[in-house]
Design a binder for this molecule. Structure first.
Ligand SMILES: [Zn+2]
Length: 89
């Protein structure tokens, strides 16, 4: 019985060491382990600047306009129409 307990502990230790190595390899390759990025989701969201008022917005929830082959993001409809007005001028 004790032998199986020790064997189980040994397997857990090996598995943990193994995952630490895998994480190291992923980080070395330039990526980020999924476990780390999911832990800090709020800061991990890349923000873009509203060119009209300067507010930083999350692209997923912002209003978007594609002009000159570039996507611009806006905090509100007001900023978006202001930008479009400037584009036309
Ligand atoms: Zn704005």
């Amino acid at each position: 019985m004790l032998r199986y307990v020790l064997l189980g502990i040994l397997l857990i230790l090996i598995a943990r060491a193994f995952w630490r190595v895998i994480d190291g390899v992923i980080e070395a390759a330039g990526g980020r382990p999924a476990r780390v990025s999911s832990r800090r989701t709020p800061q991990a969201v890349r923000l873009v600047r509203d060119p009209v008022c300067g507010t930083h917005v999350a692209p997923s929830s912002a209003l978007q306009v594609v002009a000159d082959g570039r996507a611009h993001h806006f905090c509100s409809e007001t900023c978006r129409s202001e930008f479009l007005k400037q584009q036309r001028a």
